[in-house]
Design a protein around this ligand. Structure first.
Ligand SMILES: [Fe+2]
Length: 259
């Protein structure tokens, strides 16, 4: 499995605090069957600044450590870039990183609303041949209230990543419900962990894929798995499965049958 959104780099943000934490996360990832991780430290979120050159250096150091310690995991570079006014200029100043040297970039919205300038930014990024992926839209209060607003962003050229912990109920019932609603409506392209710490907020990627298979069907699990691979290989995402995801009504009937 491939995890495209993690905070595994030590001491750079609110993820792994030190090498010990980072190595624990790496071992936990391997134990789940994860082979490649994109390190996406917070950038420009008002608290943390992790510009491109520093991230690349950390990532290469970490890969060397994994080799020395025999950890079968590859780390690739990335950032979780907070939407900010200077974003395009920062790209041209080479302060920003795409995911694993692809054309995909991971964009974080504020948690309360969708800034007005986002649509224009998506257009601009598309013109630059970049593909913005919105990180965990299910945790944005405006999208929770009006899921159609995410559909509008997808329509103008964005993609969306749901977080495993949201699907598994780690952020409460409302975010869990929104996460599944967005998945079922075909508005989600990628599943990843946004892992910060092995105990407090681990990966749970295998668990999330298993629940997706049960609740939406195997074609959807495969679709999300393949899309993660597409980022690493810098390929366009797959077309959505022709099979409709299992509906919540059918799932409730199946559950009550086995009760
Ligand atoms: Fe994150």
């Amino acid at each position: 499995m491939i995890d495209i959104h993690t905070h595994i780099l030590p001491g750079v943000d609110d993820g792994a605090a030190n090498w010990n934490d980072a190595m624990n996360m790496a071992r936990a990832a391997v134990a789940e069957g994860i082979t490649t991780i994109i390190a996406t430290p917070h950038h420009a979120n008002g608290r943390y600044t992790n510009t491109a050159s520093g991230v690349v250096e950390h990532v290469s150091h970490m890969n060397e450590q994994f080799k020395v310690m025999g950890v079968p995991l590859t780390i690739r570079s990335g950032q979780e870039i907070r939407l900010h006014r200077d974003l395009l200029d920062a790209w041209f100043r080479k302060e920003l990183l795409p995911l694993a040297e692809s054309r995909y970039v991971l964009i974080e919205l504020p948690s309360s609303s969708i800034p007005k300038e986002l649509v224009e930014l998506i257009h601009e990024l598309n013109i630059m041949q970049l593909k913005p992926i919105i990180a965990h839209p299910e945790r944005n209060a405006e999208i929770v209230r009006y899921p159609d607003r995410l559909a509008q962003l997808i329509e103008v050229g964005a993609y969306a990543q749901v977080t495993t912990h949201s699907l598994l109920g780690g952020f409460g019932r409302q975010i869990e419900k929104t996460a599944w609603l967005l998945c079922r409506r075909g508005l989600i392209h990628i599943v990843s962990s946004d892992a910060h710490h092995v105990e407090r907020r681990g990966f749970r990627l295998r668990e999330a894929y298993e629940v997706i298979r049960k609740r939406m069907g195997q074609p959807w699990e495969k679709y999300f798995l393949n899309n993660a691979q597409c980022i690493i290989e810098d390929l366009p995402f797959e077309s959505k499965p022709e099979e409709e995801p299992f509906s919540e009504g059918i799932m409730q009937r199946i559950r009550s049958y086995f009760r």
